[in-house]
Design a protein around this ligand. Structure first.
Ligand SMILES: *Cc1c(COP(=O)(O)O)cnc(C)c1O
Length: 374
């Protein structure tokens, strides 16, 4: 016997690692810097590292209490009920839980193009169909993360995915646009707002839409909104918290969805060590702040000093127009700087560069400018 028909399924293509590249080129890994996967330039929070080391001797226990502790801490941080926090094995795991909870076989989902590959993958795993909305640059030159683009393409899909800040462009949806999309789609459509890079923007989280809002920003004193039951927010510890290797993420779901989690989650969705480290990382505010500040500096520095057009970014990376992305990414790799060729996103003219430390950022700019001048 064989697996079911997987011909519609696609492989996830991750950014390449230093070890992998160094081995292939027969060079010392020390010569390379990886700015291809939007990882944290400072590594994990030192407090998380300490906790991980201290937790090693306890891994024979199932992570029951620890999962509760982390859920409670996140619920408090976001001011929601514990049932609204769906812990998962990375943000990707949380996407799977939302698919499991929402999709019937044959349901369709609507995903951004270009966009994050896992939305479609997850939907297909759950016997869903995938349709796309186009966010490629409009007349103003920026990626079109607008309610219009989404609603023009919308045709009753069960889940609509919005990435804000968006990967790979770095652009974002306004909260008003997200609300307009939730309003413009039918009652049975879930709008998933992927805020994997949420820490790097000053814009408010779409979680606001799940609250009772008398008046969020003071601009509509007369307006009052009930909490929505058709928006979910995705967050992760992989980016700003520097725990990508641990696999820890979560969804924040409407109150009415609370009891679905127990029916869809894989028992012990997150590891004992991940839960402990997540708690420590949450408390290490200084680490996140330094990360966010450095990313802001880095993306501005790159935008200013690169001799190539770039797109405004609200995340920890910058999308750069380089002409032939695969040739440029390869030349950069030869020079020891691994960047992301965006051909697999359908952007063969662009590379995406993760915000590094000051030294890494300056090196990336210097090398890319030289490659472009050749
Ligand atoms: C990184 C990323 C995620 C989540 O990654 P995990 O490591 O699984 O938490 C989700 N969405 C986007 C757009 C991302 O770039």
């Amino acid at each position: 016997m064989r697996p079911r028909d997987l011909s519609d399924h696609v492989e996830y293509r991750a950014g390449r690692g230093i070890e992998e590249v160094a081995r292939e080129l027969g060079r010392d890994p020390e010569e390379f810097v990886k700015l291809a996967s939007n990882e944290n330039m400072f590594g994990p929070s030192p407090a998380a590292v300490e906790t991980i080391e201290a937790s090693a001797s306890e891994v024979h226990h199932y992570p029951t209490a620890d999962q509760q502790d982390l859920t409670a801490a996140l619920a408090e941080a976001w001011d929601v009920a514990s049932e609204q926090v769906w812990l998962a094995n990375g943000g990707d795991g949380a996407l799977d839980y939302l698919s499991r909870a929402a999709l019937e076989p044959g349901d369709a989902v609507l995903v951004p193009d270009p966009g994050f590959a896992y939305y479609g993958m997850s939907a297909r795993f759950h016997h869903g169909e995938v349709r796309e909305y186009d966010v490629s640059p409009g007349d103003d030159g920026g990626f079109a993360l607008t309610a219009e683009r989404v609603l023009d393409a919308y045709d009753g899909e069960r889940i609509v995915y919005l990435t804000s800040p968006h990967n790979p462009s770095g652009g974002r949806f306004t909260l008003d646009a997200i609300e307009a999309i939730a309003d413009g789609t039918r009652e049975e459509t879930l709008v998933v707002v992927d805020e994997a890079y949420g820490e790097f923007t000053e814009a408010p989280s779409a979680l606001e839409l799940l609250r009772d809002r008398a008046d969020v920003d003071g601009s509509h004193p007369a307006a009052s909104h009930a909490p929505r039951d058709d928006v979910a927010v995705l967050r992760t510890f992989s980016k700003a918290y520097g725990l990508a290797g641990l696999r820890l993420g979560y969804a924040l779901v409407p109150e009415a969805w609370g009891d679905a989690y127990a029916r869809v989650n894989t028992p012990f969705a997150t590891s004992f060590i991940a839960c402990r480290a997540g708690l420590a990382a949450l408390d290490d505010v200084a680490h996140v702040e330094q990360t966010v500040e450095t990313a802001r500096w880095s993306r501005e520095y790159m935008a200013e000093h690169l001799n190539a057009p770039t797109y405004e970014s609200h995340a920890n990376f910058l999308l750069v127009e380089v002409g032939d992305a695969s040739a440029v990414a390869e030349a950069m790799q030869e020079r020891g700087v691994i960047v992301r060729d965006c051909s697999s996103f359908g952007l063969p003219g662009c590379v995406r560069i993760t915000c590094g430390t000051e030294a890494e950022t300056e090196r990336a700019v210097r090398e890319l400018n030289e490659v472009l001048a050749e």
